[in-house]
Design a binder for this molecule. Structure first.
Ligand code: GLU
Length: 400
């Protein structure tokens, strides 16, 4: 066979902008450059010791084999308990499926729900991987605008206007990556009622639900009504709350039939999450929870710091984020200027020049459906944040 041998599906897939930028920063660092990376969203804390100990014990006890595809029974019980507590409806272990990472949980849920031609509503700004995963699953992403003056909290009205007879599903992500904003409970309730009126499903990515600040309240859309409970796939995991990104622990909670289908797809595509990671997740969910609150308190201080420092960067403006660990400053005030010898007209051009000249890595907003913005992860120490913002300010003022 001659000609193109890569599948159409793979050719159409954009690389993950978050991971690409973090890889670029790591490469420059390996070359000896003093790069400040505010790109990837991962807690800079080590995983708490009692969680690591549980994984070590699992390895030492010889637990090296397969487990049930959706996770060992004790872990599924613990996840179901967490879902029940957070959502306020009882979930059984059979409704909880543990997967290698929340990211994979999302993909499995999309594969289980989306038929070719189905439209999937994605409020913008959105996390980079949602549209690509929807396309991989054969669906069509349809973007729903949210307004900067509303702090990017998507409204039920905007979602309603985007619904067509082909709409199957809404992807909701609150607290949001990349805006760091939280949809208030009243907004969630309105969106929940809309789902019911329009007969839609919801994939609710709640991975940042433990990181909410300044009086913001997280409400899971699954908690709004029995309809919402039965038509929501709630996604969560250990990565952000317990500083466990590399352990790859994610899960879904869904109605039993859907959970069984998701487990079935996982059985044919990767089997189970490794046992040591499951043991760690069990320790995380059933052990002391102070570590979660302690890390969240640190992120809260950094949030206030980055809000103050970024708003002082010439040409930057941003609202105070209320969740996750991202800032999404509007940098369009810089467009048309020449910085570091380069004309800046887009966030991508800004990020490329900032990385090259100021050695600061941030992710361009284009990848998140946020033109005019860049995403900054403040999952970094205060010293790193201060130095990163100092360099950005110097660069934006034309001095670097
Ligand atoms: N979700 C994180 C981020 O947005 C981790 C990287 C990724 O998988 O996108 O930076």
């Amino acid at each position: 066979m001659t000609g193109e041998f890569i599948s159409q599906r793979a050719l159409a897939l954009a690389p993950s902008a978050t991971l690409a930028m973090s890889a670029k920063a790591k490469k420059l660092r390996a070359e000896g450059k003093d790069v400040i990376s505010l790109s990837v969203g991962e807690p800079d804390f080590p995983t708490p010791p009692h969680i690591c100990e549980a994984a070590k014990r699992a390895i030492d006890a010889g637990r090296h084999g397969y487990t049930a595809v959706g996770g060992m029974p004790e872990l599924r019980e613990a996840v179901a308990g967490t879902l029940s507590r957070k959502i306020g409806f009882p979930y059984r272990a059979s409704q909880a499926v543990v997967s290698p990472g929340g990211k994979y949980s999302i993909y499995l849920a999309l594969l289980a729900l989306v038929n070719p031609g189905d439209e999937v509503l994605i409020p913008a700004p959105y996390w980079v991987s949602y549209p690509e995963m929807v396309r991989l699953a054969g669906g069509t992403p349809v973007f729903v605008e949210s307004r900067e003056e509303d702090r990017f909290a998507v409204s039920a009205g905007a979602i309603d206007r985007a619904v067509t007879p082909a709409t199957k599903l809404l992807i909701l992500n609150s607290p949001s990556n990349p805006s760091g904003q939280v949809v208030p409970p009243a907004g969630i309730e309105e969106i929940g009622r809309l789902l019911e009126r329009r007969g839609l499903w919801c994939l609710s990515d709640e991975i940042y639900d433990c990181l909410i600040f300044g009086g913001a309240v997280h409400k899971s859309i699954a908690s709004v009504s029995e309809y919402c409970r039965d038509h929501t796939v709630a996604v969560n995991g250990c990565s952000k709350a317990y500083a466990m990104t590399g352990w790859r622990v994610g899960w879904i909670g869904a109605v039993p039939r859907l959970a069984a289908v998701i487990e079935n797809i996982q059985s044919q595509t990767c089997a189970n999450l490794s046992f040591p990671a499951q043991a760690a997740a069990l320790a995380a969910l059933t052990g002391p929870q102070d570590c979660v609150a302690e890390m969240a308190a640190v992120f809260d201080r950094r949030r206030q710091l980055i809000h103050r420092l970024l708003n002082a960067v010439p040409g930057f403006s941003m609202a105070m984020p209320s969740g996750a660990f991202y800032a999404l400053p509007n940098i369009s005030g810089l467009f048309g200027r020449t910085l570091g010898g380069k004309r800046i007209n887009t966030p991508l051009e800004f990020c490329e020049a900032a990385l090259e000249k100021a050695l600061v890595a941030a992710v361009p907003g284009e990848a998140f459906g946020a033109p005019g913005h860049i995403r900054i992860s403040y999952a970094a120490s205060e010293e790193v944040i201060e130095e990163g913002c100092r360099r950005l300010a110097e660069f934006a003022a034309g001095g670097r």
